[in-house]
Design a protein around this ligand. Structure first.
Ligand code: IPM
Ligand code: MN
Length: 378
């Protein structure tokens, strides 16, 4: 039923599919919803949640990774909030491929957006780096590369066996990812062009810049395509964005040495997977790192990137901030930028003023108390 504001204006309402998933997933999603509910009340929006029990327990019970209808049902939602996938009693790969990757692929969530932002100097493992130095976004291509499952075995199980795993890079897939990244670089700097920028237009001393992270010196087919598409699209459509290139190995070095050089980074699926774990560490750890699997025209899915942490399950020690931040990214995707900003500000306040650490069991508060603190700050 549609709600109404006092003024008689219908409330904005969004349907949210919730997959708590495995391990600590349900615990952190509970806290994210607690915070989302406070933010939606404050900003006059309504979130209608529908729960799905996909994950390891359901698989062990039913022997079915995802029910037949799952994808078509989830497609009816604008957004999905996901806790974690990965169960200690299920062979690695089954749930990850059968649930997480399948949803990313079948819902064409071709962008994996992972902000890397340090909220408090105390939680950065890098000496002398603070919040002004670590504030960039990684755009990871999320539907292609080495993740498509293309390849196979020949002579499997014999001494002559061959395993081939192919990286798929389509011009269409690469271009749509690049465009998203260029647009984001533009948006982060309020649409201000790179050329002729005045110092006062420069955010935190940085200019709108997109770095392509690749391996053009070795992967001379895949990243040749990426590099050509990058410069052609950039030159034609985004001359206002400075284009920069870094090899993936060098990128990991710069993350540690000069993270302040980065603004927006775009890369393929596997490199994006790897560099965002390092990104999570320099922003304070898995407890705070969130991401969005985005289909700009369809259903997008938001998640803490840290996994199901089985050893912490049910102990009320896991950090829910990554899931709470994922909720913020979800609101931002829905166009509720003020509510999203309010959540981020509340997270920043909680991190700076309350928490002893961002690591599980060391925060100085329980999982639910951290949720309460952020909710109160909103
Ligand atoms: C991630 C994870 C997944 C990935 C795994 C669980 C399949 O590491 O979201 O980064 O590799 O994409
Ligand atoms: Mn990963």
């Amino acid at each position: 039923m549609a709600g109404f504001l006092a003024k008689g204006i219908p409330m904005k309402s969004y349907n949210v599919a919730v997959i708590g998933g495995d391990g600590t997933g349900p615990e952190v999603v509970r806290e994210a919803i607690k915070v989302l509910d406070v933010a939606s009340k404050k900003f006059d929006i309504k979130l209608n949640y529908t729960n799905y029990d996909f994950g390891g327990d359901r698989y062990l019970r039913t022997k079915e990774v995802l029910p037949e209808s799952a994808v078509s049902e989830l497609r009816k939602f604008p957004v999905v909030l996901l806790g974690a996938i990965g169960h200690p009693d299920v062979k690695p790969g089954i749930l990850e491929k059968g649930i997480l990757l399948r949803l990313r692929f079948e819902m064409e969530q071709y962008i994996n957006l992972r902000p890397v932002k340090l909220y408090d100097e105390r939680f950065c493992p890098l000496k002398g780096k603070g919040p002004n130095d670590i504030d960039f976004v990684v755009i990871r291509e999320n539907n292609e590369g080495l993740y498509t499952g293309s390849g196979g075995f020949v002579f499997k199980g014999t001494p002559n066996e061959i395993a081939v795993q192919e990286s798929i890079n389509t011009r269409r897939g690469v271009e749509r990812c690049l465009r998203y990244a260029f647009e984001l670089a533009r948006k982060r700097h309020g649409g201000k062009p790179w050329k002729g920028l005045k110092p006062e237009d420069v955010k935190d001393g940085k200019k709108a810049q997109l770095t392509l992270c690749g391996k053009t010196n070795v992967l001379t087919y895949a990243f040749d395509l990426w590099e050509r598409a990058f410069h052609e699209t950039g030159q034609k459509e985004y001359p206002d964005i400075k284009r920069d290139y870094a090899h993936v190995d060098a990128t990991t070095m710069w993350f540690v040495k000069n993270p302040e050089w980065f603004d927006v980074i775009v890369t393929d699926n596997l490199f994006g997977d790897i560099i965002t774990d390092l990104g999570a560490m320099i922003q304070g750890g898995m407890g705070i790192a969130a991401g969005g699997n985005i289909n700009p025209e369809g259903t997008s899915m938001f998640e803490p990137i840290g996994g199901s942490a089985p050893k912490y399950t049910g102990k009320n020690v896991i950090n829910p901030l990554a899931a709470i931040c994922a909720g913020g990214l979800m609101l931002d995707f829905l166009g509720e930028t003020k509510a999203a900003q309010a959540i981020e500000n509340a997270v920043i306040k909680t991190v700076r003023e309350k928490l002893k650490s961002l690591a599980a069991g060391k925060m100085g508060y329980g999982t639910n108390e951290v949720g309460d603190l952020v909710a109160a700050a909103v």
